[in-house]
Write a protein that binds this ligand. Structure first.
Ligand code: MN
Length: 284
């Protein structure tokens, strides 16, 4: 039965809704910002600030208030690290947080790993791994470079997140709320997975989720913990510091690395498609 619902969404919610279903954008009617024609639902976002949902299947598309969402448990969340670092692997972690984990997690001060110093990550990362059901995937540089020839970073991320949820589903039953710290449009995410054997669906995508959902925060810490451990191992193996990030200090490390060990070896510790490679090529 056709229904009509009018909501006043926040600017962020409007934007999120549009980005999520932008493939369904229709011609913009007068006085509207945009219109989406989805299966069973037409959504019109008006300049007045009102958004109208019309059709026989509108509940699927009306946004859940973010405030309510973040307090639902159990919840699963996933995040990745290493994608902005020239050296080191790309790592994705998905974990499940249950209501009974909350006191301990709050005591540990779980939030976005980027806001926590490395020394602290090394202390709490291990505890989280012991406490939470999780799946951790580490894509080493050699494999990353091979895959990157035919897949872009977002495609790689999508496959890793999906694989992490697949693995997690074999360890524990997945909660209905599963959050990915959003790195691309939802439609692109599932398109990247079109040839995967198993795809976990019903994911909630949200930007800056590592600050809003404790499960995403916990996963980002576990992933960062694994990343720091990998970097330490690489530094020990080569006896050189490998500066994180992708700055000119990183370039200086890479130059020294290539002089000592050669280009072939560099491709085992660095993401070769980064602009850093081109820069250092002229300097080695
Ligand atoms: Mn993230």
């Amino acid at each position: 039965m056709a229904e009509t619902k009018t909501l006043k969404l926040t600017g962020a919610q409007e934007e999120q809704l549009f980005q999520k279903y932008r493939d369904y954008a229709a011609k913009t009617p007068q006085y509207a910002k945009w219109q989406l024609k989805l299966p069973g639902c037409v959504i019109t976002c008006y300049q007045s600030g009102k958004t109208v949902f019309q059709g026989n299947n509108i509940s699927q598309y009306t946004p859940v208030s973010e405030e309510k969402n973040k307090d639902i448990f159990p919840q699963a969340g996933s995040d990745e690290v290493g994608t902005g670092d020239y050296f080191g692997p790309v790592i994705v972690c998905a974990s499940i947080v249950r209501e009974e984990d909350l006191p301990c997690l709050k005591e540990l001060g779980i939030k976005d790993s980027k806001a926590i110093p490395d020394e602290r990550i090394m202390k709490i990362g291990k505890t989280l791994m012991e406490k939470l059901d999780h799946s951790l995937l580490i894509l080493d540089n050699a494999k990353y470079n091979r895959i990157h020839d035919s897949a872009n970073m977002n495609a790689i991320k999508a496959r890793l997140h999906n694989k992490a949820y697949c693995n997690l589903s074999k360890k524990a039953s997945l909660p209905s709320l599963k959050i990915i710290d959003q790195f691309c449009a939802e439609s692109s995410y599932y398109r990247y997975l079109q040839y995967e054997e198993e795809v976990i669906r019903g994911i909630h995508f949200e930007t800056k989720a590592e600050n809003k959902y404790i499960s995403v925060g916990a996963s980002s810490i576990i992933a960062r913990y694994a990343f720091l451990t990998c970097m330490q191992n690489l530094e020990d193996r080569y006896g050189l510091p490998l500066i994180k990030g992708a700055s000119s200090e990183t370039d200086a490390c890479a130059i020294e690395f290539v002089r000592k060990f050669g280009w072939e070896e560099l491709s085992k510790v660095a993401k070769m498609h980064f602009a850093n490679t081109k820069k250092i090529r002229e300097l080695v």
